[in-house]
Design a protein around this ligand. Structure first.
Ligand code: ARG
Ligand code: ZN
Length: 249
């Protein structure tokens, strides 16, 4: 009987100096809906209902000074747009109490990736709560019916926030070793798989059991992704409560 916890989100929409790369409010709002559908297992995709993590997301309504806010900030800066210049030190709202999400044109510069989080807390617990504790996402992959098909139904942020809350990729460590809590993705109810899945095969078993291609922590297309497992949901809750106790209410 877990209580529902709600995480306040602030979107920092970074555009070029002439304003290219905006994400409209409508897509930011639909992204919040998608996070709630996925983390509360409401998305109802046939065949693979996920686990309800009992975690919800809402745009922040109060800013760090106590004033009303939409939870959406926009800036024009071409250096920041390419993920340069340590913008988080200028822009972050207290990471202990807000989930800071930055949308920009080129996460990690020219590498072409959809999003990332500095991997926390496993590798660097001390930076939890610092300004660099953030989620970065490609602007065109944000929200429902976004431009970046097939990564256009908001699940890049579901995946990145999975990392933010302590989850590894399902393909981490490939087929892994004999102990599923010390190898692979360190989760026992996600089957091991030998590599990321970029499609949505109905039957693939790279390590002798069905690959978890519908899990949010694989690399499959957004419409293929349908679930967190029960153990992933528990790790998400534990990461939130242990490492970021002030983030949700
Ligand atoms: N490649 C990114 C990462 O490793 C995100 C993958 C997101 N996949 C998706 N279907 N939206 O964090
Ligand atoms: Zn990932």
């Amino acid at each position: 009987n877990l209580e529902v916890l709600r995480i306040p989100v602030v979107f920092h929409v970074i555009r070029t100096s002439n304003g290219t790369g905006n994400v409209p409010d409508s897509r930011l709002n639909s992204q919040i809906d998608i996070l709630n559908e996925d983390f509360r297992a409401l998305s109802g995709t046939p065949g693979a209902p996920g686990t309800d993590t009992k975690i919800e997301f809402a745009l922040a309504t109060v800013d760090p000074n106590g004033a009303p806010t939409t939870g959406i900030n926009r800036y024009n800066n071409s250096t920041w747009y390419s993920d340069g210049g340590s913008y988080w030190n200028t822009l972050a709202w207290d990471p202990d109490v807000y989930l800071n999400i930055y949308t920009l044109g080129a996460p990690q510069g020219s590498s072409g990736i959809l999003g990332y989080v500095p991997f926390l807390p496993a590798s660097s617990p001390n930076s939890v709560g610092s300004n660099s504790d953030r989620v970065v996402v490609l602007n065109s992959a944000v929200g429902r019916n976004a431009p970046a098909a097939p990564y256009n139904q908001g699940r890049t942020l579901t995946h990145e926030i999975g990392h933010f809350l302590g989850l590894n990729h399902t393909f981490n460590g490939g087929c892994g070793g004999s102990n599923c809590y010390t190898s692979g993705d360190l989760i026992c109810d996600t089957n091991a798989e030998s590599q990321p899945e970029y499609n949505c095969p109905a039957n693939s078993s790279s390590c002798g059991s069905p690959d978890p291609v519908r899990n949010y922590m694989d690399y499959s297309p957004d419409t293929c992704m349908t679930n967190f497992t029960e153990e992933q949901a528990r790790r998400i809750r534990c990461t939130l409560e242990f490492y970021r106790p002030a983030l949700a209410m």
